[in-house]
Design a protein around this ligand. Structure first.
Ligand code: ADE
Length: 244
């Protein structure tokens, strides 16, 4: 997976990205990041890339020329890549979108600043508009980093343990079950005994039940799309009955 990011703050993106798991994944050539500084494509001797909005109003707007030239500088390398524009007006990012985008070979993220980017260049290059939530940030860099983290960890080999990306929260639309490690007793609280039993089948059953309980308690909206077998559906019905 090759990420390209068009930004006014390449150092911020590179430093944050090259930390921890993504750093190791980049060293192992599983993912790469190329940050393109839009300012390098300024058409102005002061290296400005923004100007006042036509029609008036507060703030500045990023000019189309530098954004387009930054895009053109990588367009051949990132052949056929979708161009994801980070904006609070976009479709709200979720795990399903991360899974879909993780299938791509190349992805380009476009980060705006100030009051936004001239609409004409967006019309020409953007294929997807994505928001990371219903709040407004000062720029698209943090949202792009959030997306690259969520997508990057789904690339095969990036996580040490291949199964963990699948079993965790949101797999089957259920939240993750609680986890415990040593010591067995901590602050007078015991690790649930089933986890010490060594009985794999019972452990699995307990974990599925805990996932269902948690999802019902914390995110009942997810349950309508959860993949439950007959027994699990009965278990859920019982929980709902007990909560009445
Ligand atoms: N840019 C500013 N706010 C944003 C958000 N919530 N999501 C994506 N891009 C943004």
């Amino acid at each position: 997976m090759n990420f390209y990011i068009l930004t006014l703050f390449p150092e911020m993106v590179e430093q944050t990205f090259h930390t921890s798991i993504m750093k190791r994944a980049a060293e192992n050539d599983l993912i790469s990041l190329e940050a393109v500084n839009i300012r390098d494509f300024s058409e102005n001797k002061h290296m400005k890339v923004d100007d006042y909005p036509y029609g008036g109003g507060a703030g500045m707007v990023m000019q189309p020329g530098p954004v387009y030239s930054a895009y053109e500088s990588i367009k051949e390398k990132a052949k056929g890549a979708r161009v994801v524009y980070m904006t609070p007006q976009g479709k709200v990012f979720n795990q399903k979108m991360a899974e879909e985008l993780a299938q791509e070979e190349n992805l380009i993220f476009l980060c705006g600043h100030y009051e936004g980017i001239d609409e004409r260049v967006l019309e020409e290059i953007v294929t997807d508009e994505v928001s990371i939530g219903d709040y407004v940030l000062t720029g698209g860099e943090l949202p792009a980093l959030v997306m690259m983290d969520a997508i990057g960890r789904l690339v095969p080999g990036v996580l040490n343990n291949d199964v963990s990306a699948e079993i965790e929260s949101f797999h089957d639309n259920l939240l993750e079950y609680p986890q415990y490690t040593r010591p067995v007793t901590w602050h007078e609280k015991e690790v649930p005994s089933v986890l010490l039993s060594g009985h794999h089948g019972n452990v699995e059953k307990w974990r599925r039940e805990k996932s269902i309980e948690r999802t019902l308690a914390k995110r009942p909206d997810l349950l309508k799309d959860a993949n439950l077998d007959k027994k699990e559906q009965q278990y859920l019905a019982k929980l709902k009955e007990a909560n009445k």
